[in-house]
Design a protein. Structure first.
Length: 245
């Protein structure tokens, strides 16, 4: 009998049929084809997770650069100045001025004015600086009448009141020591003092020419002090005296 071939054929057909049915029905025993991810709908709402994943992380704001000061070019350093040399030492000076540069007097005539200016230096201050006057006796001329004890009258104008006050005029051939003088006024360093004087000749006495010597005297100078410091300044004014007729 030929039964086995038939059974074999039937079994084969049955297995093929089962395989076909399984493929058609999506049987779990068959491996499913991989599913391709679909793109999200452009109009559909997104889940927070999806939005977070889709939104790029915002970066922190870049720090604002701090402006830097523009470097200032340093000016060239000036060379150090050499110290100023000390001021030269100056001493007192004395000047006398009269109209025409001289005194021309007439016996019994009017007085003639002149000025004396004292300019102190920077080396010393004076507590008692005195202006003193001296002249030598006139020799006289033939016909001169005997003169009085004071053939000349010297006066100083008081700057405070404008009044004229008598001043001593020494007539001699020697020099009076400075420590024998008294009086005088203070004079600071570099100070200047100008005073007005006037001189007239009396009606009688000798005539002739003799310079009027003006001294600046330090009345505080001690005896034996050098003459340049006793008499820190002196000047002469030419003086001529004549008769009226």
């Amino acid at each position: 009998m030929h039964v086995r071939p038939r059974l074999l054929i039937a079994s084969t057909l049955l297995a093929a049929l089962v395989a076909v049915l399984t493929a058609c029905s999506g049987h779990p025993d068959r491996t499913a084809a991989p599913v391709r991810p679909s793109s999200p709908s452009p109009s559909g709402p997104e889940s927070p997770a999806t939005a977070a994943a889709a939104t790029p992380a915002s970066s922190a704001p870049a720090p604002t650069p701090t402006p830097t000061a523009t470097p200032v070019a340093a000016s060239p350093v000036a060379p150090a100045k050499a110290p100023a040399p000390p001021a030269p030492v100056t001493r007192l000076s004395l000047t006398a001025a009269a109209p025409g540069g001289a005194l021309h007097l007439v016996r019994g005539g009017p007085a003639q004015e002149f000025t004396v200016t004292v300019r102190n230096g920077n080396s010393q201050a004076y507590r008692h600086l005195l202006v003193a006057f001296q002249m030598e006796p006139l020799t006289g001329e033939p016909g001169d009448l005997p003169g009085p004890a004071a053939p000349f009258v010297l006066e100083r104008r008081d700057p405070a009141t404008g009044a004229w006050r008598a001043v001593d005029l020494r007539i001699a051939t020697d020099v009076k020591p400075a420590h024998l003088y008294t009086g005088g006024a203070a004079l600071a360093p570099d100070a200047v003092r100008t005073e007005r004087y006037r001189l007239r000749a009396t009606a009688t006495g000798p005539t002739g020419s003799s310079p009027l010597v003006v001294y600046a005297i330090d009345a505080d100078a001690a005896g034996g002090t050098a003459a340049d410091f006793e008499h820190p300044g002196h000047v002469s004014l030419p003086l001529t005296t004549r008769r009226l007729v």
